[in-house]
Design a protein around this ligand. Structure first.
Ligand SMILES: Cc1cc2nc3c(=O)[nH]c(=O)nc-3n(C[C@H](O)[C@H](O)[C@H](O)COP(=O)(O)OP(=O)(O)OC[C@H]3O[C@@H](n4cnc5c(N)ncnc54)[C@H](O)[C@@H]3O)c2cc1C
Length: 223
């Protein structure tokens, strides 16, 4: 059994370019393309968002790859305007060499009580023992996946347009949301706030959530 940490890889993007492309699309409405200057997008986007004219944000998208637990994608895949490709527990057989012949479980670092954490760890070990034993007896992945818990680690690729990202980050970075999701999405929100303040600057997130739990975020040419 392997206990792992979450991470998030973000496809390289240029926030200013994204906002300028949205501005260009939006100005079609008023045929005011002639008013575009180096920073005219700032006022335009702020006005659009304040007035609820948010469909213009749908012209641009960003893709990320997340390594987190099954519970996190169970929640995130409820968002109907995002697209997902999720590691399959039907096709990935964790007893194989490719996976190190073991199951990776996402570390629930937010279980701070030592005794409670030890019960979680012991249970994960028992689950792995059962999974490997069932495979040895000839069980298919369709059978063994039935015993996999929410803590099972999984990779997923997630793409959403800017409007949907704003919606998802507004909903999924508060203290009402499972910590495993806050671990990956608060760092993403903070990056978007730096890169696209006119769009994401007003999104409130759980500032009490301990930054030591934040997932490692990297920016990649390809995710
Ligand atoms: C803190 C929290 C707790 C939750 N708890 C539960 C729970 O206990 N059980 C549970 O089942 N779910 C739960 N959810 C999931 C939640 O109900 C939504 O299914 C999920 O967050 C997707 O959000 P959404 O519908 O806004 O968004 P998206 O699918 O991302 O859609 C974006 C927006 O498009 C519009 N839209 C999309 N589809 C329609 C439609 N058919 N009709 C009209 N407008 C539409 C809405 O304005 C919507 O907000 C929870 C979510 C959160 C954040």
């Amino acid at each position: 059994m392997r206990i792992v940490e979450p991470w998030i890889k973000v496809e390289k993007f240029d926030g200013k370019k994204i906002m300028k492309r949205i501005e260009r699309a939006c100005r079609t409405c008023y045929r005011s393309e002639g008013k575009i200057t180096d920073d005219s997008y700032k006022k335009l986007l702020t006005n659009c968002i304040n007035r609820g004219h948010e469909s213009v944000l749908e012209h641009e998208k960003i893709t990320v790859r997340i390594y987190d637990d099954v519970g996190s994608y169970k929640d995130l895949t409820r968002h109907r305007f995002a697209s997902f490709s999720v590691e399959s527990t039907r096709y990935c057989s964790y007893d194989k060499d490719k996976y190190g012949n073991e199951i990776a479980f996402m570390d629930p670092v937010y279980i701070e009580d030592k005794e409670t954490y030890e019960i979680w760890k012991k249970t994960m070990q028992e689950i792995e023992n059962g999974y490997i034993k069932m495979k040895e007896l000839g069980a298919s992945t369709d059978m063994v996946r039935e015993i996999l818990p929410h803590s099972t680690a999984a990779e997923y690729t997630m793409t959403a347009n800017i409007r949907e990202w704003k919606h998802i980050l507004e909903l999924r970075t508060t203290n009402h949301v499972h910590p495993s999701i806050r671990q990956v999405l608060i760092p993403l929100l903070k990056l978007f706030q730096e890169e696209m303040p006119e769009i994401f600057g007003d999104v409130e997130y759980d500032k009490e959530f301990n930054p030591k739990f934040y997932a490692k975020l990297t920016i990649e040419d390809e995710v």
